[in-house]
Write a protein that binds this ligand. Structure first.
Ligand code: NAD
Ligand code: ZN
Length: 352
């Protein structure tokens, strides 16, 4: 086993990441050591890369970010269970305390003491990642590695899209980012009626159209949802809303265009002072459900089952790069035009 590995390190409290050699992490009790094959870049990694207000309050350099990954089990502590060396795994990036009320009740996604991989501890932008065995998830061999590297955001999309029954329903998705587009593909797989997806960025809407061809795309800077309702000959409002933009006006519009009794699953991260029409919520009996992370591990089970029965999110992946070209990957993400960006770690460190 190597003693040193390459990792993308946030060295100081400033923008950027540095590819450098650091020690291979040491396993603790019950840990598995994962040899990373591929990682995907998340919006959270962009905050860390760009060093904005949230990251300066949250991140303690030096540290290694990254939490969307696929790899293979390279070593296991003697207390790790359920895996063999060589198993292909992805993993849940929320490490939970196992002792709070929600953890004890099996609602681990609601743990009060969650530690975020690649946020509060070292993450996956490296040749090796250490993870509690309970967080590792075996990946079925028929699932492409690029797709498995996206399990974390795909899990967000699955958790949100399956929160309410969408079969036969008209679904509004606000925000055609990677997660919004994955949600469109999922609700189609689950038998919804119309899908309307909105964004303010035409490149994102084009990607949505390519990845989920029968969804109705709408640029919220040019048109209102009235146009979608008219074009689709919808008689009433939307039955289910999936808020995936984190934008105040998108959320406010969603609330206004819901049918009575409509249900909204809220994944997008909003400012504390976001304003919506509360009268509309009350008089129309709307349900608004916050969504955090992925259910451990029901979301993972459903996600894998759907991928094995025809769900295809590969069109959301727009860039595949060698990890040494990470700067191109972060630039693509910063452009606002990309879908998921994959970094391949399989060639890096071969010379060592
Ligand atoms: P993203 O930033 O790539 O996508 C958001 C999209 O919303 C962008 O394409 C943007 O152009 C669009 N948008 C902005 N203003 C809009 C408007 N007025 N109307 C419609 N669309 C608008 O983000 P993502 O990675 O796809 O994630 C989606 C959201 O989910 C983000 O807010 C993210 O922070 C959040 N998130 C939450 C969790 C959780 O556990 N709750 C987990 C992951 C991501
Ligand atoms: Zn807990």
């Amino acid at each position: 086993m190597k003693k040193e590995m390459y990792a993308l390190v946030k060295e100081t409290a400033a923008p950027g990441l540095t590819l450098k050699k650091i020690p291979v992490p040491k396993m603790g009790v019950g840990d598995v050591l994962i040899k990373i094959r591929k990682t995907a870049i998340c919006g959270t990694d962009m905050h860390i890369f760009n060093w904005d207000g949230w990251s300066s309050r949250t991140i303690r350099p030096p540290m290694t970010p990254g939490h969307e990954f696929v790899g293979e089990i390279a070593a296991m502590d003697k207390y790790a269970r359920g895996f063999d060396i060589g198993d292909i795994v992805s993993g849940e990036g929320h490490i939970v305390c196992k002792t709070c009320r929600n953890c004890m009740a099996g609602r681990r996604h609601l743990c009060k003491n969650t530690v975020g991989v690649g946020v509060n501890c070292d993450g996956a932008f490296a040749e090796y990642l250490c993870l509690p065995y309970e967080n590792a998830v075996k990946v079925s061999k028929d699932i492409p590695e690029d797709v498995a590297a996206c399990f974390d955001p795909l899990g967000n999309a699955v958790h949100t899209a399956l929160k309410f029954d969408v079969a036969g329903e008209d679904v509004l998705i606000t925000g055609a980012g990677p997660i919004g587009i994955m949600a469109a593909i999922i609700v189609r797989h689950c038998g919804c009626k119309h899908i309307v997806i909105t964004d303010v960025n035409d490149a994102r809407l084009e990607l949505a159209k390519k990845a989920a061809p029968d969804c109705y795309t709408l640029n919220a800077t040019r048109d209102t949802l009235n146009k979608a309702i008219k074009d689709l000959d919808m008689k009433e409002g939307f039955d289910v809303g999936l808020e995936m933009s984190g934008n105040q006006s998108a959320f406010a519009d969603m609330v206004d265009y819901m049918n009575s009794g409509g249900k909204i699953a809220l994944l997008g991260l909003h400012s504390e002072r976001t304003v919506i029409n509360w009268d509309h919520v009350v008089f129309n009996g709307l349900t608004i459900q916050g969504i955090y992370g992925r259910e451990m591990f029901e979301t993972w089970y459903k996600m894998m089952s759907m991928l094995q029965t025809g769900l295809d999110i590969a069109p959301v992946i727009t860039h595949r790069l060698d990890a040494r070209d990470y700067e191109q990957g972060f630039a693509a993400m910063n452009s606002g035009k990309s879908g998921k960006v994959i970094l391949d770690w399989s060639k890096i460190g071969e010379e060592a």
